[in-house]
Design a protein around this ligand. Structure first.
Ligand code: ADP
Length: 261
């Protein structure tokens, strides 16, 4: 990581920690005040509701810090070639449905749709990584599109690949950013999105994971017309020299990933 990247990551982590610190101080003060004085039930209920909302903020910021640290660790594993990939034949249609179901349970602000003409589509891949890629792209669609709009996840077989796309009706991204969007720490700052937090690592990590699987990732987007992020995964995995087959059960193959200098 260069100095600028360290500064960006530190800044983002410190912002989240500051929110946690302030909420904790407010809670401390509130609980101390409450001690030793008797309040009627209605006032007490109001105080407890405020305390709970501070605890909710602390929890969400803690989860955010956890996710940021996870991304930094992923970058380090990708660069050192230590990201473990465990290949199995995974039903990607089922995986898409799972991720969409989970995300739609978290938010009621968007309409989710799954578009596919297949009930099952099997491909050899590391399920954890592909789930992470899907979650990241769906999460971005949520972050960068207004409430009430639709998010469609599509999956189709296009031999020799399976193609998966995530389409939103959000702010979109102008052409000048497309070539650099997948660079680490790259973020597009528009008036409408400058308040949205993030490190600019999700797309970089996602594309690297797809590349490691022998797939590709690309986008189609225009400002004001939404974005479609698409990735492909090969239906068959080319055999590699440094594969370590771990038994024939579930066609499980542990793979050392190629590191970057
Ligand atoms: P971040 O955590 O900052 O969102 P990403 O690497 O996932 O990092 O995305 C990089 C940048 O790409 C974002 O800051 C955002 O400007 C832009 N972006 C990603 N996905 C979308 C999307 N679906 N719609 C509009 N802009 C997007």
């Amino acid at each position: 990581m260069d100095d600028i990247s360290v500064a960006i990551a530190s800044h983002e982590l410190r912002n989240a920690l500051t929110v946690i610190k302030v909420c904790t101080q407010v809670l401390q003060r509130s609980l101390r005040k409450e001690q030793g004085i008797s309040l009627d039930q209605e006032v007490l209920d109001g105080v407890h509701a405020k305390q709970l909302s501070y605890l909710d903020t602390i929890m969400s910021q803690t989860n955010y810090i956890d996710a940021l640290i996870g991304q930094l660790l992923d970058v380090s594993r990708l660069r050192s070639g230590l990201l473990p990939l465990e290949y199995r034949r995974v039903d990607l249609v089922a995986l898409v449905h799972q991720v969409v179901r989970q995300q739609s349970q978290i938010t009621a602000d968007h309409r989710f749709m799954v578009h596919t003409s297949d009930e099952t589509l099997l491909a050899p891949c590391d399920e954890t990584s592909i789930r992470q890629v899907l979650e990241n792209l769906v999460n971005n669609a949520l972050k960068y599109s207004p409430p009430g709009t639709a998010i469609t996840v599509g999956i189709e077989r296009h031999p020799p690949e399976i193609v998966i796309w995530i389409q939103d009706e959000g702010c979109g991204i102008s052409e000048e950013h497309h070539a650099v969007l997948f660079e680490p720490f790259y973020r597009v700052c528009t008036k409408g999105s400058s308040w949205i937090s993030g490190l600019g690592l999700g797309l970089y990590i996602s594309r690297e994971m797809i590349n490691l699987h022998g797939g590709r990732m690309w986008l189609k987007s225009e400002p004001g017309k939404g974005s479609t992020f698409t990735f492909s995964l090969p239906l068959e995995r080319p055999q590699e020299e440094d594969d370590e087959t771990c038994g024939n059960e579930s066609e499980c193959v542990a793979v050392k990933t190629g590191g970057k200098p």
